[in-house]
Design a binder for this molecule. Structure first.
Ligand code: ADP
Ligand code: ASP
Ligand code: MG
Length: 415
């Protein structure tokens, strides 16, 4: 008898009808004799609704109280699913984070899991129960409620699977797998049969929200077999995320991603001397903001440089405030920003062995008349920053150039 962790996302439990459908699927899995833990997200839209309520009462809601508030979404869906499963005659127990001792640090809104006590879950399973777990939430060492970051019910599922050494962690969502690009933006995107942890990590980090970034990190670290499937369709399709296989290198590009949630800040006329980058980025890092791409341009005329970097759009205002202070202190000429930029990336382990990928990418964008503002590369990805209004166009053009015309090139086919 296997042990399976299934996770159902917000759309999958978005209505009473959907919860009934999920319960039916759980019942079928159970009928195959599997031991089963089911992790659920809040009903679609609920977490946003709760955040918006707090915003109506305060410009800066207290993070501890915000977590008390937004963690309720998952509590509701866990209870509703347990009630339905019991109505179908299946012994079921629901659990919140404090009952499973999902201990995190105290970073409200983005807490990291430190440990999970699998004992209570194992006892429930040993007693013949299905366990339903509220995703997204934890408790800190003081017992306060924390949340793990947006989309992090995926992380709860993988963490529970790792703690119980489950045979598989199945992520059920509104698409039937990981595609070569977001299928809601790219009509020609194709489902991948398999993708490596490394590629999935890059894709998740670069905007493919089908799996939450840290859930992929954790799955890789603990070697949790992960599969993404649709809760809306039947069939065993889906995408397996796992260790890299040799055949994966035959494919140059596995996928194209788009992150439309970026902003760009430029300090102009910065003196070109040691220590200035540390002066600029130190305070931003101390404030917990992540700087993504950085470029520095030497200006031949006056020996000064321009320094440009990107941050998540939500961090633009606080980052600008910090940068303006530093700019004054170091005598920079000015600070400019562009609120709406997009980052488009191509990802694939095959890039390690294929030359010319970046050059082809730039040619495709040039043919569309899209100006590239910044470029970053790593072993298995090339990212460019462009004006946000061309984001979807760029994604489609790159997808079709790298993955559209030659179906034989896609892993979907070769697998
Ligand atoms: P859930 O609520 O189930 O967690 P999400 O909305 O977080 O679902 O993730 C599913 C969505 O991810 C899809 O509807 C799709 O628009 C988006 N997505 C982005 N990139 C990809 C990709 N490469 N493959 C599949 N889906 C993707
Ligand atoms: N409900 C949370 C969110 O909307 C967690 C999740 O859906 O995974 O971010
Ligand atoms: Mg999600």
């Amino acid at each position: 008898m296997g042990l399976i962790v299934q996770k159902y996302g917000g759309t999958s439990v978005g209505s009473i009808e959907r919860i009934k459908a999920v319960a039916d699927r759980v019942a079928r899995t159970r009928a195959r004799g599997e031991r089963l833990v089911v992790v659920v997200s809040a009903m679609a839209g609920e977490t946003n609704r709760l955040f918006a309520l707090a915003q109506q009462l305060s410009d800066a809601p207290n993070p501890r109280e915000t977590d008390v508030l937004v963690a309720t979404g998952e509590q509701v869906s866990a209870a509703l699913l347990a009630i339905r499963l019991q109505a179908l005659g299946l012994p079921t127990v629901s659990f919140l984070a404090h009952q499973l001792k999902i201990i995190t640090d105290s970073r409200h809104g983005g807490a990291r899991i430190r440990s999970i006590d699998g004992g209570r879950l194992r006892a429930a399973l040993d007693g013949g129960n299905i366990a339903v777990v509220a995703g997204y939430q934890g408790i800190d060492p003081a017992g306060d409620i924390t949340t793990l970051g947006r989309g992090a019910s995926d992380l709860t599922a993988v963490a529970v699977a790792a703690a119980l050494e489950a045979d598989a962690c199945e992520i059920y969502t509104d698409v039937d797998g990981v595609y070569t690009a977001d299928p809601n933006i790219c009509p020609r995107a194709r489902r991948l049969e398999r993708i490596s942890y490394d590629e999935m990590l890059e894709m998740a980090g670069l905007g493919a929200k089908v799996l939450q970034l840290r859930s992929v990190e954790l799955a890789r670290r603990f070697n949790v077999p992960l599969v993404v499937r649709s809760s809306f369709t039947e069939g065993d399709g889906g995408t397996w995320v796992g260790q890299e296989e040799e055949a994966m290198e035959d494919v140059m590009v596995a996928g194209v991603t788009l992150d439309q949630n970026q902003s760009k800040i430029t300090l102009t006329g910065v003196e070109d001397r040691a220590g200035l980058a540390a002066r600029i980025f130190g305070p931003i890092a101390d404030a917990g903001m992540v700087v993504d791409m950085i470029i520095q341009n030497a200006r031949s005329a006056d020996g000064r440089t321009d320094l440009t970097f990107t941050v998540a759009r939500g961090d633009l205002r606080p980052a600008l405030e910090l940068v303006k202070v530093v700019a004054g202190e170091i005598g920079a000429a000015g600070v400019r920003h562009e609120e709406q930029v997009a980052k488009v990336s191509i990802v694939g382990v095959g890039m390690r062995t294929h030359a010319g990928v970046a050059a082809k990418m730039f040619a495709v964008l040039a043919a569309e008349g899209i100006n590239i503002e910044m470029i970053a590369t790593s072993e298995i990805k090339v990212s460019v920053v462009i004006n946000a209004k061309y984001g979807e166009l760029a994604m489609r053009a790159l997808h079709d150039a790298f993955l559209g015309d030659d179906p034989g090139a896609a892993k979907a086919q070769s697998a």
